[in-house]
Design a protein around this ligand. Structure first.
Ligand code: PHE
Length: 462
């Protein structure tokens, strides 16, 4: 394959506008939208939480996404190489390294959760939920994750699928599959939405999602919304920098960032519409936390007319969403190996997949009943999740916003947004203001909260 040949001068990249949107939206839309967004919305009070989430997306998410696209396309390099190229001989490249580390850690545990969803497709397709009561279904989930080999088997299968796509390169791998999988995802979620809203009693679930009760809102839920905005948009760790480096020079970056953000947000809301009306209609608790998708939903499906087919579709949806995200995580690591370590794509993909899979296995084992890997009361899985989501992403996002706002230089930013002054960049000034001041301050608050320092700072001001 020509794009595996490292000696070719031509750098692989996206071939079409739709390919860029599909791939970047594919990165953003993932387990974060369909698994995490609904369950935290359930916990933090529904509509009011969603409004805060939307504000975070608009004020912080979109500018940081545009910053990442700008850095990547300007530099035409992987996450680490981009900072080295745009700001040589400065410590800014550490931002790229944090992204590399975050991609590595997130994919380790992401692959494990995605593996569970593969197992759940089989469970759904073999009608395993039929007739099972709530306890039995909860037992199935606990049973799966506490086993030693089954979750590892599925994790490895999932990682192999991811690697298979990344091996093909950008046009013939990432773009090609994103263009098939993203429309498929949209079709499945719309079918599930129609099923959910036509259930008797669906209204209660819809008003939970769309009628805000601001009395439910707390400082914690605001910060949670901001953190979720980051994770869901794939920000703060170089995935969008890497994809940005494959965007051609004629594409309008501001529009792309806007469209990807809208797509990601829409799918999160559509996932909520697929889940809550059904959960409320069947009288099941809506605030069950991370088990919402693996425990509550199978309960919902087995009580719902046509539940068998909808459960198969739902878990397929999760796998499709997960794989287009994990592809972007793996690409962060592979692009670094190829460009900075001069490996050929095939070797880079195999080595990256193997290393990440080994970490993933340790994650999976840390949940199993046979092996307990705990440090300071947290297992390895929770550690990786904690360090990546609460430390690396906010810190990375902060550095990225600061880099574009203060370091890169206004002219370079304007050049990138206006394609060398050939198109209008009407939001340029707003963008610079957000990225210079608003985003960094807001992100700093999330970060300080994430590491548990904010409460002490607030105490000083009391
Ligand atoms: N955005 C993905 C999701 O919502 C997760 C992800 C995070 C992917 C960071 C790439 C980078 O599931």
């Amino acid at each position: 394959m020509d794009n595996m040949n490292n000696s070719l001068p031509e750098r692989d990249g996206f071939a079409s506008k739709f390919g860029i949107i599909a791939a970047a939206a594919g990165s953003a839309i993932g387990l974060g939208n369909i698994w995490k967004f609904p369950y935290i919305t359930g916990i933090y009070g529904g509509a009011a939480f969603i409004i805060v989430y939307l504000a975070c997306i608009a004020i912080i998410g979109t500018p940081v996404m545009l910053s990442e696209f700008t850095i990547g396309r300007r530099a035409q390099k992987n996450a680490i190489g981009s900072f080295k190229k745009l700001s040589p001989n400065t410590p800014w490249f550490i931002t790229g390294w944090m992204g590399f580390l975050a991609a590595f850690s997130i994919l380790s545990f992401y692959g494990v959760v995605a593996g569970w969803t593969l197992d759940y497709i089989v469970k759904a397709a073999t009608n395993s939920f039929a007739g099972a009561d709530a306890d039995a279904i909860a037992g199935m989930f606990g049973g799966l994750i506490s086993q030693t080999w089954t979750p590892i088997f599925w994790q490895v299968v999932f990682m192999a699928l991811t690697a298979g796509v990344v091996l093909g390169g950008i046009k013939k791998g990432i773009e090609k599959y994103a263009k098939i999988l993203m429309p498929l995802l949209l079709v499945i979620i719309i079918i599930l939405d129609i099923r959910a809203v036509t259930l008797k009693g669906a209204m209660e679930g819809l008003s939970f999602l769309f009628k805000p009760d601001f009395s439910e809102l707390t400082g914690v839920s605001v910060l949670e919304a901001l953190g979720q905005a980051f994770f869901s948009l794939s920000l703060g760790m170089g995935a969008i920098i890497t994809y940005g480096s494959y965007v051609n020079k004629h594409d309008n970056l501001s529009n792309t960032a806007g469209e990807v953000t809208i797509a990601d947000t829409l799918i999160a809301i559509l996932a909520g519409i697929a889940i809550f009306p059904a959960v409320f209609a069947l009288g099941i608790d809506h605030d069950q936390g991370p088990g919402l998708v693996f425990v509550t939903l199978p309960e919902v499906f087995q009580a719902m007319p046509g539940g068998f087919i909808f459960s198969v579709l739902f878990f397929t949806l999760l796998v499709v969403a997960a794989i287009t995200s994990s592809i972007s995580l793996l690409e962060v690591v592979v692009a670094y190996f190829v460009e900075e370590q001069k490996m050929i794509r095939r070797d880079a993909t195999i080595i990256a997949t193997a290393l990440i899979s080994i970490f993933g296995m340790i994650c999976s084992l840390s949940l199993s009943s046979s092996v307990k890997i705990e440090f300071f009361g947290k297992n390895f899985f929770d550690w990786l999740e904690f360090v990546s989501s609460n430390i690396l992403l906010p810190l990375g996002g902060l550095c990225i916003a600061l880099f574009v706002g203060w370091k890169l230089g206004k002219q370079k930013v304007l050049k990138e947004l206006s394609n060398e002054y050939t198109i209008n960049a009407p939001f340029y000034h707003v963008f610079i203001f957000l990225v210079k001041y608003i985003a960094p301050i807001a992100i700093a608050i999330v970060f300080l909260n994430g590491i548990g320092v904010l409460k002490y700072i607030l105490m000083i001001f009391k």
